[in-house]
Write a protein that binds this ligand. Sequence first.
Ligand code: AMP
Length: 297
Amino acid sequence: MTSAAKSISVVNTVANLAAHLDPVHADGLTVGFVPTMGALHDGHASLIDASVASTDVTVVSIFVNPLQFVPGEDLNVYPRDIDGDVARCAAHGAAVVFAPSVNAIYPKGLPLEGIDAAKIDPGEVAQPLEGRERPTHFIGVAEVITRLFTAMGPCRAFFGEKDFQQLQVVRHLVAELNMPIAVVGCPTVRESDGLAWSSRNVHLNDRERATAPVLYRALQAAAAAVAEPGWDRMAVEATMSTMIEAELAGPVDYAAVVDPLTLLPPEDPRPGDELRLLVACQFGEARLIDNVGAVAG
Ligand code: AMP
């Protein structure tokens, strides 16, 4: 353990977080922020490492945000392991774990009368893909991220490309609301067979776990296909769906080739243009998403 590991602090309120961060800001030091929902894995650890490497003080938040779960989703069985999480944060050199209660983040209570009571617009980029499958999800993400950023103050905030659309929603928010936050996107970390680390992977049974790497194989095949001259978007999307559905009982939620900025089908793509390929599907109890970057041929 490093000395940073020994001195990790766990705070539960915005006031106590400020007590840690006010002197840091006053001293002109940089703050790194890694927002998570806990059940930390190697993907989260890579974000902590990136923050520790490029900022003076790293804060990891652990907050399972009820507002971003669509009714009927896995909020009540979402994996939680606060002791293991704090130990992992310490081992990777984070200085503070911010683990607030729901009340600390939503002092007036959750807007239970409906997601309509949420006030932050996640923007156009929140509409397709996940936004269509989980209509209120990004409204909840925008709400919690705005509250967490307000609590943090100026910082560098580290997000995984694993949740690529979320990363673009956060970039939109920061630009739209002039937040003093530098958003840093970090590459997806995968297990040795290609499956992206996800807290939800614990819900996969042995057979599902064995077949789940098909998501990454389909994305890689699609990335190779769009690099060929004359590629056809609909054909590439159909091939991805077919590859994944061969291993699944049901249909994919989506398998899409999009413009990385709009998350919409690319208009008139030219050779050399950047693309993003994204897939989502239900694997038993776990809903898995994955994506890769690609360059048009
Ligand atoms: P979550 O706890 O799932 O809300 O994720 C917290 C942060 O970790 C988000 O910025 C995610 O994109 C990021 N993350 C999750 N899984 C991975 C992964 N396999 N590789 C890199 N970042 C990840």
